[in-house]
Write a protein that binds this ligand. Structure first.
Ligand SMILES: C[S@@+](CC[C@H](N)C(=O)[O-])C[C@H]1O[C@@H](n2cnc3c(N)ncnc32)[C@H](O)[C@@H]1O
Length: 260
């Protein structure tokens, strides 16, 4: 069944329930429901988003839309060698001898964070939606025992925090990375299913303005903002430079806050 993409301006957050995988032990699903303070319901429902938790797998599902995070999936392994990775790496300032510590303020499904960790950066991901943060954490634990050395190594460099980024301590991070949901995505004919799921789950969205204001007050060397290729720059300041790919652009704000 096809579901229309939620409109960022007027979408309502769907209720989340936790369901076990049919025929598997319900233990992990029950634990997740308790941890997330979400209703546990073994019965199939179609009007809610389900966090489906099995013995060794977990994913989000609603009305025909299924989103899982697997850092050693074929798609992610393919993406590890994609050109956009190089762009993202350059945007945060990765060099052969330099791997900045990154605070990813919009964790989402952790795809960009994984790319950065795979390039050698230590990355703290912050995600405001607890069920997504749970899924991210679970995906990282899975990746830490992947049969691929590179995936294991990258996962070891990733840490998840749950809550608003604005409430977190940045630790040793010298770069803030953000990929806020972009309001005009509602106009796209085919909004990616992951983006749709994130939009269903997200309680608030001002397009990243408040996050950008917060980021600007932090003592970091760089702020990197991912934007659709033709989108305006986020906030009122001019980017130091931008790196453009086929469909996205990274706006880089270089700052001199640490005296060097
Ligand atoms: C477009 S997604 C990011 C996708 C991510 N870059 C990836 O590669 O999967 C934006 C995510 O940021 C989260 N988010 C937005 N504002 C946030 C904030 N202030 N603090 C923490 N998370 C936030 C949303 O809940 C959503 O999951």
């Amino acid at each position: 069944m096809q579901i229309p993409p939620p409109q960022l301006s007027d979408h309502t957050v769907k209720q989340l329930v936790v369901r076990p995988v049919l025929g598997e032990s319900p233990l992990r699903a029950q634990e997740a429901a308790a941890q997330l303070a979400l209703p546990y319901n073994p019965a199939l429902r179609s009007d809610e988003i389900e966090l489906i938790v099995g013995e060794t797998s977990a994913w989000l599902e609603t009305a025909g839309l299924k989103v899982a995070i697997r850092y050693d999936s074929a798609a992610m392994l393919h993406r590890r060698h994609g050109g956009q990775n190089e762009l993202l790496g350059r945007a945060v300032g990765v060099k052969s001898d330099r791997h900045p510590v990154v605070f990813d303020a919009t964790g989402g499904l952790g795809r960009d964070a994984f790319v950065l960790a795979d390039l050698g950066c230590r990355v703290t991901l912050c995600e405001q939606t607890p069920a997504l943060a749970w899924l991210l954490h679970d995906a990282i634990l899975c990746a830490q025992v992947s049969r691929y050395d590179g995936v294991r190594d990258a996962a070891e460099r990733m840490t998840v925090h749950v809550g608003k980024s604005e409430a977190q301590s940045l630790g040793a991070a010298t770069v803030i990375y953000m990929d806020p949901m972009f309001p005009e995505r509602k106009k796209a004919a085919a909004v990616k299913k992951e983006a749709m799921m994130l939009q269903y789950l997200s309680a608030s969205n001002d397009g990243g303005e408040s996050l950008m204001n917060w980021a600007w007050q932090q003592a970091v060397d760089r702020i990197v903002v991912k934007r659709p290729l033709k989108a305006p720059v986020l906030g009122k300041r001019k980017a130091s430079f931008a790196l453009s790919g086929k469909s996205v652009r990274f706006d880089v704000f270089v700052r001199h806050v640490r005296g060097g």
